[in-house]
Design a binder for this molecule. Structure first.
Ligand code: NAI
Length: 328
């Protein structure tokens, strides 16, 4: 099998090169897969893509014309693939779980950084500025965290929050009744009662912009919003407004709805024309990172291993629960 891997970064390449399977040959391309770059896939049996490759109908039809029948996502989320267009044309596989702890721990890292101002303190002390003015934070102990989506990552995050002695509210379309010390509530109650809200659900048509002007209005003054899931869950303009009005106390964002234009690239020598992103970054109580919740050695190795298992399932014509299909 000859596989073309798009949006490949040195850390991805390293984990795939370790696999060393003689029947699978990987070629790594830095480019994202799109209509412009699709020619690179000529002659390959399958393509591997990541979260910001936009696999729309046009790309799928072109892959189909090129005889490529295998699309592998190096991610759990598949909102960037038009599954309807892929139906009967190309098999799509994902990596449903690689290391939920990598994202959950990262969400907590962002939260702690934000509320204890360690990013500010670090910069100050490098300049021998040891003043503490403006660095007052708050305890997590006894605070209420609202977790939206209690799947693998949400559960791992809940476990971490339990260790901090937090009260945990949760909302999920399919609540997990086996969870202890967690109170499932309506979304409205979660928005009203939480000091911190962390998003751990996939992006779907029904929950796009679930954090919007209306839901922000319901929230407690000073609420901290953490999004390590998908940018489209948050109406960013409404979030900016919420921060300006001091309704939102802080935001920790590892994802952004327009991230595909910027994330994973060095934009430090460019004029970024996205006013919303620039505004967000300018706020002292917002942390923006470049979709890196997954970026641990354990997670990268697990992504590579499962992707290869997906290729093998395809080669052997085996059913796999990692295959994603269009749901009516
Ligand atoms: P999962 O499938 O184990 O859990 C998702 C949970 O969300 C499920 O319990 C599901 O019932 C629930 N859910 C679905 N629709 C919902 C809705 N409308 N409202 C509330 N809950 C809903 O997925 P997992 O592994 O926990 O991942 C969650 C999300 O995290 C992924 O979809 C992806 O968007 C994001 N992610 C981000 C990464 C990063 O690097 N920042 C890396 C990996 C995943």
């Amino acid at each position: 099998m000859r596989i073309a891997m798009f949006d490949s970064k040195p850390y991805d390449i390293e984990s795939f090169q370790k696999l060393n399977n003689p029947s699978i040959e990987y070629t790594f391309f830095e480019e994202k897969l799109s209509c412009k770059t699709i020619k690179l896939a000529e002659g390959y049996d399958g393509v591997i893509v990541f979260v910001n490759d936009n696999i729309n109908e046009e790309v799928i039809n072109k892959l189909n014309e090129m005889g490529i029948k295998l699309l592998l996502l190096r991610s759990a989320g598949y909102n960037n693939v038009d599954l309807y267009a892929a139906k009967d044309k190309i098999k799509v596989y994902r990596v449903p779980a690689y290391s939920p702890e990598s994202v959950a721990e990262y969400a907590m890292a962002l939260l702690l950084t934000s509320i204890r101002r360690t990013h500010k303190a670090y910069i100050r002390s490098r300049d021998f500025n040891f003043s503490l003015n403006g660095l007052v934070g708050f305890n997590l102990h006894n605070k209420t965290v609202g977790v939206i989506g209690t799947g693998k990552i949400g559960k791992a995050f809940i476990n971490i929050c339990k260790g901090f002695g937090m009260n945990i509210l949760a909302f999920d379309k399919y609540p997990d009744t086996s969870l202890t010390d967690v109170k499932y509530v309506s979304l409205e109650e979660l928005f009203k009662e939480s000091d911190i809200i962390s998003l751990h659900c996939p992006l779907t048509v029904e929950n796009t912009y679930m954090i919007n002007k209306f839901t922000i209005n319901m929230m407690k003054k000073g609420v901290v919003i953490i999004n390590t899931s998908r940018g489209g869950l948050v109406d960013t303009e409404a979030l900016v407004e919420g921060i300006r009005e001091k309704k939102v106390g802080a935001a920790c964002l590892d994802v952004y709805e327009e991230e595909s234009h910027y994330f994973y690239k060095d934009m430090s020598n460019h004029i970024v024309s996205d006013e919303v992103l620039s505004r967000l970054i300018s706020f002292p109580n917002v942390i923006v990172t470049s979709h890196q919740g997954f970026l641990t050695r354990e997670a990268l190795d697990s992504i590579a291993k499962t992707t290869e298992e997906n290729i093998i399932s395809y080669m052997e014509g085996k059913e796999s629960s990692n295959e994603v299909k269009y749901q009516e």
